[in-house]
Design a protein around this ligand. Structure first.
Ligand code: GLA
Length: 732
C-alpha cells in the first residue's frame, strides 16, 4: 500500500518506489509537512521531524488560552501542507478566502481523510489518470469554520513512476457567498535551502531555455499573466540539490497541468527554509463561490529522483506518456507529415498542394498538412479568423475534392485552425463584436492583427465547434493543428457580472478545454497537434488533448537544440513537434538528426529539393521508421547540454531492454581540442554493443567507463553544424 496512516502518531506516509512523502496532523489539527525525499524505511522517526514548533517574540503564536502549560508554537515557523493567509504564517500562502466578514484571514484545519484506489477525474480539467492498481489516492478534508469553506486536498501516488499528483477542491459549505482570492494547487515546505532552482524561460522563437540559479533568501518565481501559458516561462520547475547534476543527486520536479495564468514560486524564509508553491496565478484571480458551489484547482505533479535531472525527466516522460496523453493517438503510430507553412506561407492553391503531396509521396512522407490560409478571406494574417468556411475560390476546388486528390497520391490530410481567435476584419466580428475579449469602456489591443474570442462563453464555443464540424465532416480530415497566436489583454467577458470578472481568465481556460474535449470526442480518429506561435502553450494541459505540440517556430537546427533540450526536462520527446525545414544553417543530415529528437516531419517545398537532398530525405524516412519505437519508448539521456557547452551537444536514446542505443552529437562550433573520448550512460555493463556501421563491438562497461574515441580529424576540417549519429545494438 503506497499510502499509510498511523493513528497513534497521526502521520501519513505516501511512498513511491523511490520516494517518501510524510505529513502529520499536528496540534490543533494543523496539517504539517514532515518530509519529501528519497524513500526511507522508518516509520516512527518521521514524527520527530516536526522540530520547528517554536517562536520568537514577533511570531504570532497558536493560542491555547485554557491551557497555560501548553507548548505554544507559531505557524510562522511551521512547515505546512496548506497554509492560509493571515492566521500567523506570514510567508506566501497557498490559500486566501475573503469570507462573509470581508477579511482575508484563512485558517484550514484537518477534519477527516479517506484513501481509495485509482484516481478521480478533475471536473472540467485535464489531469493525469490511472486505473485501479496503477495509483492510490488520499483525500484529506480540511475546514475553515469562519468562512464556511471546506478544502479537499487530493494526493495521488503513482508508486512505479516516482510521482505524485496534487490538487484541491473547495466547497462552500456555509450559507454566505465567499471569494477565493488565492487557490494554489501545491505547497511544499522544505527544511534547507541547499538547492538550485531550475526553470525554463524563453520568448517567441527561443522557448524553453534552461536556467539554473541557487535558491536565495526571499522570493523567486516564474509565472504567466497572459491568459495562456506563454513563451516566457514554462509551468515547470525543479529543485536540484547542491552537488547534484544531470545523472546524479537529488532532483525534485514540479509540473503544473494547466494552460493559463500560473505561478510557481520558491520563497526562502528567514531561517533558510524554502516554500515551493504552484497553481493558478493569484494576480487577476477572484472566484465567487456561492453556498453549495465548488471549485477545483488544476493539478500539480511532483517527481522525486535520486538520479539527477535525467532521472526526473525520464520519470515525467513515462508518467505523461502513459497517464496523461490519452485517446486513440496516445499509443498509435503517428504519421510522418509535411506541413505547408514554411513551404508556401499563404501562397498556395489546391494544385500546389497536390504537387507537394505527389513529391512527398515519392520521399515516403505519409501526410500533408494544409496550414494557415485556406478559409474565409484569409489572404494574409490581417483578416478572417473566425470565418471557418473553405475558400474554394482560392483552392480552386472543394476541400473534399482536394483531400480526395491528396489521398489518391497516398497521403492523408491535415488542416490548420486557430479556433480561439477573431480578426477585426471578419464576418464573425462584424456579427458579434462583443465576442472579442475586452474590458468595458476600453479599446482592445490587437496582436498579430487579431483579438481573442471569449471562450468563457458557451455560445461562442458552440459557434466555433459547429463551424469546425461542418468542415471536418465534409472531407476526410485526419489531423488538426490547433494554433493560438496571441495572448490576452484587456481581460474581461461581456457575459460576466462585475463581481465575477475575476473568474474570466480561468473560465477562458476551462472554455478552451471544453472545446478541445468536444472536438477530440466528436472526432477521436483525428490526431490533434497543439501550437501557439511555436511553443507558447507547451504544457501538460495541452498534452492531455494532443499527443504532440509544435515546439517552436524556430526551425534552425542549432538553435532548436537548447529549445528541445529544455522542453525534454519535463516532456517526452515524442510530444515535441520537430520538422526538417529549408533553413540553411546546416546540411540535411543535422536537420534530420535534430528533428529525430522529436515527432519528426518536414516543412519545406518538396519540389525544390536537389537529387542529393531527396536521397538524404529517403534515408531519413527509413531511419524514422527504424527508430520509431526507440524514440517513442526509449529512455533519454542528455549528455552535453547546449546551454552549458558552446561546442557540442549530444544525447542518447536507450531502449527499455538496453539492447538499442542511438547516440547523436551535433557540433555547434568547432572545438579547440580535437581529441575527445565520450562516455555513454544508461547501458548494461554486461552486454556487448555492436556499432552498426563499423561492426566494432564494445562492452557496455567499456562504453560507459572508457568511452568512445570521437576525436576529430583536423583535416579535412569538420564544419560547424556537422553531426554524428551512431547506432549500437546488443543481444537481448
Ligand atoms: C504560427 C505557427 C506556425 C504557423 C503560423 C500560421 O506562427 O506557429 O507554425 O502555423 O502560425 O499563421
Amino acid at each position: 500500500m503506497p499510502i499509510l496512516f498511523d493513528p497513534a502518531s497521526r502521520v501519513f506516509r505516501l511512498d513511491t518506489d523511490v520516494s517518501t512523502y510524510a505529513m502529520m496532523i499536528y496540534e490543533e489539527n494543523y496539517l504539517v509537512h514532515l518530509y519529501y525525499g528519497a524513500k526511507v524505511p522508518d516509520a516512527a522517526p518521521l514524527a520527530k521531524l516536526m522540530t520547528r514548533g517554536w517562536f520568537d517574540s514577533f511570531s504570532p503564536r497558536n493560542p491555547k488560552m485554557d491551557d497555560p502549560d501548553h507548548v505554544q508554537f507559531s505557524l510562522d515557523f511551521t512547515p505546512q501542507e496548506f497554509p492560509g493567509f493571515g492566521a500567523g504564517d506570514s510567508r506566501a500562502s497557498a490559500v486566501e478566502v475573503c469570507g462573509p466578514a470581508g477579511d482575508f484571514v484563512t485558517d484550514f484545519r484537518y477534519q477527516s481523510h479517506r484513501v481509495f484506489p485509482g484516481k478521480p477525474a478533475l471536473e472540467g480539467l485535464p489531469a493525469t489518470f490511472a486505473q485501479e492498481g496503477e495509483a492510490e489516492t488520499l483525500e484529506i478534508e480540511m475546514a475553515d469554520p469562519a468562512t464556511g469553506v471546506k478544502a479537499f486536498l487530493l494526493y495521488t501516488v503513482f508508486a512505479h513512476n516516482g510521482a505524485m499528483a496534487r490538487s484541491v477542491r473547495f466547497e462552500n459549505a456555509g450559507s454566505n457567498a465567499v471569494d477565493l482570492e488565492r487557490a494554489l494547487s501545491l505547497c511544499l515546505d522544505l527544511p534547507a535551502m541547499d538547492y538550485d532552482l531550475i526553470h525554463l524561460y524563453g520568448r517567441w522563437n527561443k522557448e524553453n531555455t534552461k536556467v539554473r540559479q541557487p535558491l536565495r533568501h526571499g522570493s523567486q518565481s516564474i509565472s504567466s499573466r497572459r491568459g495562456m501559458t506563454g513563451h516566457n516561462h514554462n509551468p515547470f520547475a525543479a529543485l536540484l540539490r547542491h552537488g547534484a547534476g544531470e545523472e546524479q543527486g537529488e532532483a525534485l520536479g514540479v509540473s503544473l497541468v494547466y494552460s493559463g495564468n500560473f505561478l510557481i514560486e520558491a520563497e526562502v524564509d528567514t531561517w533558510g527554509c524554502p516554500r515551493l508553491l504552484a497553481g493558478i496565478n493569484p494576480d487577476g484571480f477572484r472566484w465567487r463561490l456561492m453556498p453549495g458551489e465548488s471549485f477545483q484547482t488544476p493539478e500539480a505533479v511532483t517527481v522525486f529522483s535520486a538520479n539527477g535531472l535525467g532521472g526526473m525527466s525520464r520519470a515525467f516522460h513515462r508518467l505523461y506518456s502513459s497517464h496523461l496523453i490519452h485517446g486513440e493517438w496516445a499509443h498509435k503510430k503517428r504519421p510522418l507529415l509535411i506541413n505547408s507553412w514554411e513551404a508556401a506561407f499563404f501562397d498556395f492553391d489546391g494544385q500546389k498542394l497536390v504537387e507537394f503531396a505527389k513529391e512527398a509521396k515519392e520521399l515516403g512522407i505519409e501526410m500533408l498538412v494544409m496550414d494557415d490560409g485556406w478559409f474565409g478571406q484569409r489572404s494574409d494574417d490581417h483578416r478572417a479568423l473566425g470565418d471557418w468556411w473553405v475558400n474554394e475560390e482560392k483552392l480552386g476546388c472543394s476541400l473534399k475534392e482536394l483531400v480526395a486528390q491528396v489521398n489518391q497520391q497516398g497521403l492523408s490530410f491535415g488542416i490548420w485552425y486557430e479556433p480561439e481567435m477573431i480578426s477585426p476584419d471578419s464576418d464573425l466580428y462584424r456579427a458579434h463584436p462583443d465576442w472579442a475579449v475586452c474590458a468595458q469602456g476600453r479599446q482592445g489591443s490587437v496582436s498579430r492583427h487579431q483579438y481573442v474570442l471569449d471562450m468563457s462563453r458557451k455560445e461562442v464555443r458552440d459557434n466555433i465547434f459547429e463551424q469546425m464540424r461542418a468542415v471536418i465532416e465534409g472531407a476526410n480530415i485526419a489531423y488538426i493543428k490547433w494554433d493560438c497566436n496571441r495572448n490576452i489583454s484587456e481581460a474581461a467577458s461581456a457575459a460576466l457580472s462585475p463581481e465575477r470578472q475575476g473568474e474570466f481568465f480561468h473560465r477562458y481556460v476551462l472554455g478552451v478545454y471544453d472545446l478541445m474535449d468536444r472536438v477530440t470526442k466528436a472526432f477521436p480518429h483525428i490526431l490533434l497537434e497543439n501550437c501557439s506561435g511555436g511553443g507558447g502553450r507547451f504544457d501538460p494541459g495541452m498534452l492531455y488533448y494532443s499527443p504532440q505540440i509544435w515546439t517552436s517556430d524556430n526551425t534552425d537546427p542549432v538553435e532548436r537544440l537548447s529549445i528541445q533540450f529544455g522542453a525534454s526536462l519535463c516532456y517526452p520527446i515524442a510530444s515535441m513537434g520537430a520538422h526538417v525545414s529549408a533553413n540553411p544553417r546546416t546540411g540535411f543530415e543535422t536537420k534530420g538528426a535534430v528533428a529525430m529528437m522529436g515527432t519528426f516531419g518536414y516543412e519545406l517545398d518538396p519540389r525544390k529539393l536537389t537529387p542529393e537532398e531527396r536521397e538524404t530525405i529517403k534515408a531519413q524516412v527509413a531511419d524514422y521508421h527504424k527508430y520509431y519505437g526507440l524514440i517513442r519508448q526509449g529512455d533519454l539521456y542528455r549528455l552535453t547540454d547546449p546551454t552549458e557547452n558552446a561546442h557540442f551537444c549530444d544525447w542518447e536514446l536507450v531502449s527499455q531492454d538496453k539492447t538499442q542505443v542511438l547516440y547523436t552529437r551535433v557540433m555547434m562550433r568547432r572545438p579547440e581540442c580535437f581529441f575527445q573520448h565520450k562516455r555513454l550512460v544508461g547501458l548494461d555493463p554486461e552486454k556487448l554493443y555492436t556499432n552498426e556501421e563499423t561492426g566494432e563491438t564494445y562492452s557496455g562497461a567499456f562504453l560507459m567507463n572508457a568511452g568512445l574515441d570521437l576525436s576529430l580529424r583536423p583535416w579535412p576540417a569538420p564544419k560547424d553544424g556537422d553531426c554524428l549519429v551512431l547506432h549500437f545494438t546488443a543481444q537481448a
